[in-house]
Ligand binder design. Structure first.
Ligand SMILES: Cc1cc2nc3c(=O)[nH]c(=O)nc-3n(C[C@H](O)[C@H](O)[C@H](O)COP(=O)(O)OP(=O)(O)OC[C@H]3O[C@@H](n4cnc5c(N)ncnc54)[C@H](O)[C@@H]3O)c2cc1C
Length: 489
């Protein structure tokens, strides 16, 4: 650098998008990857990376030497249509991707909008029963929709100056929210997926390793279409023998140790208006100490052990004061500091399949669902019951439950297609305090669907019961009556 030159003149700051119209996703990924060894600017490197060179680079470094993170710079937007919700759950079970799915809250599903599993291809009589059960559910859905809308018209006053269209739309929204409960996991859906090549490879591998035929076929199609955009990066997305064998092993172990799946004889009846079944199974009893330590650690130069020891000697009041000061400035849309990730809560939920499908959208957590089953019964949504349609609801669901047990004898996995959105499912889930703030705020609000609002509100109550101070400054959209803190700031 000469006296007249500044570092800014020599090395001017540049920020620019790599143009996905001019470069393929694989070229962009390679241009980014090469910066670790080459001094030129990204656009200069990109000019030298032909499609062939990008392929050769990826073959050698990503596939050959396993530098898989390069693949994260190649992004794919994949439109996936007319897959069952069951298969869609597996496609979406990759927490690093983004998804938007057709909503059964905002759309009325057509009558024949369901998947028939290939597993039944050699069982024509059973296939017929399956078909009849699905048709029954969809016809019941339509009847319940009509009945609920009629009931809502009688009981829902119009808002002043509300036009016919808006009023009818409002009632239809309430009806779809409640009547979707009878739709089965076989119901078709569309989903838009945005994923980087590394995540997509994992998603494909998971799908093609599945024991369900539809999921394997879906995995093949995602791979074929994905290869048109990122041919080398998902070249070897293939069946993973470990994944494919794991669930069978887990099932064998469950049997060996006496926890087999339940039998029809113990199937629960329709559950009534009970409080949602939620248990706080583990929580961090040293959470307060951990959080206060993390908050003070960041701006100290002491070791973790030293900060931990000092924080433990401070006593609870000082620790709570530290935490309170670090949360007091939180605005309604702010996430708390990353330090809130150091402590976890594990909950076991019994929630219906509809609620589960919303719950699993939260990616900053671990969740372990049990298979879909009719064993744990279902809840009849309140508007359906208020409309005097409880018997209609039960009559709609019963044949599907009967068909479920018959299909189960041939294929327990395929039987899951007949489980409705109203049926309960057990899921255990662990999330950190930071995610608690986000999840509790979002899913306890009045706009959340009631089927998820109820279990999440109960989870909030249980967490606040054991560690009230940690939630003192949580900003909820709607505070419950039992809220122990002041809500005025
Ligand atoms: C499987 C799936 C299906 C979905 N389907 C629909 C749909 O049909 N309609 C619809 O409107 N919405 C849909 N979404 C969006 C969904 O409603 C929200 O993603 C969900 O409520 C979770 O909230 P969140 O994204 O704020 O964060 P969480 O996943 O709970 O994570 C907490 C925070 O982490 C950060 N974060 C998490 N993941 C990412 C990421 N990939 N990139 C950047 N930041 C991230 C964000 O700050 C986020 O607020 C879907 C999401 C998923 C995962």
């Amino acid at each position: 650098m000469t006296d007249s030159e500044t570092s800014e003149q020599l090395y001017p700051r540049r920020v620019y998008p790599m143009d996905a119209h001019e470069l393929s996703e694989e070229q962009i990924a390679v241009a980014f990857a090469m910066t670790s060894r080459r001094p030129e600017a990204f656009d200069e490197i990109a000019e030298q990376v032909s499609l062939e060179k990008a392929a050769a680079f990826n073959e050698r470094w990503v596939l050959g030497y396993g530098h898989a993170s390069v693949a994260e710079h190649a992004v794919v937007h994949m439109a996936v249509e007319n897959v069952s919700r069951l298969a869609c759950d597996t496609l979406e079970d990759n927490r690093l991707a983004s998804y938007t799915e057709k909503s059964s809250r905002y759309q009325v599903m057509p009558e024949d909008y369901y998947y028939v599993p290939e597993e039944l291809a050699n069982h024509p009589a059973l296939k017929k029963e399956y078909d009849a059960a699905c048709q029954g559910l969809f016809q019941g859905y339509m009847k319940l929709m009509d009945g609920c809308i009629e009931h809502l018209k009688e009981t829902t006053p119009r808002i002043v100056s509300e036009r016919d269209g808006a009023y009818n739309m409002r009632l239809r929204r309430v009806a779809t929210d409640h009547c979707r409960a009878v739709l089965p996991a076989a119901t078709l859906t569309n989903v838009g997926v945005t994923a980087n090549a590394r995540t997509l490879e994992h998603a494909i591998s998971k799908l093609v390793s599945s024991a369900l035929i539809e999921e394997r076929l879906l995995g093949d199609e995602v791979r074929n279409e994905g290869r048109k955009i990122i041919p080398t990066l998902i070249k070897y997305a293939d069946k993973n023998e470990y994944l494919a064998g794991a669930s069978g092993q887990q099932l064998d172990l469950s049997r060996k140790y006496g926890f087999p799946p339940e039998e029809p004889a113990v199937a629960a009846a329709v559950s009534g208006d009970n409080a949602p079944e939620v248990r706080l199974v583990h929580w961090d009893r040293k959470g307060e100490e951990k959080l206060a330590t993390a908050l003070l650690y960041r701006h100290s130069n002491l070791s973790y052990d030293q900060v931990w020891e000092r924080v433990n000697n401070l006593g609870p009041e000082s620790r709570q004061a530290i935490i309170a000061e670090c949360t007091a400035g939180l605005g309604p849309h702010d996430a708390p500091l990353r330090e809130f990730e150091v402590m976890d809560y594990s909950f076991e939920f019994m929630m219906d399949y509809g609620a589960y499908r919303e719950f699993k959208r939260h990616r900053m957590m671990s969740y372990l669902p049990q298979p879909l089953t009719v064993v744990h019964g279902y809840r009849i949504p309140s508007v359906v019951a208020d409309a005097g349609l409880a018997a209609e609801f039960e009559a709609t669901v019963r044949p599907a439950e009967e068909a479920y047990w018959k299909v189960q004898e041939v294929s327990p996995l395929a039987a899951q297609y007949l489980v409705t959105h109203a049926h309960n499912r057990r899921v255990v889930s662990k999330f950190n305090l930071r995610e608690c703030y986000h999840l509790f705020k979002m899913r306890t609000s009045e706009e959340a669907h009631f089927s998820i609002r109820e279990p999440i509100s109960e989870a909030l109550r249980l967490a606040v019961e054991v560690q009230p101070q940690l939630f003192r400054h949580l900003k909820l959209r709607n505070y419950p009556e039992w809220w122990p803190h002041s809500t005025e700031d």
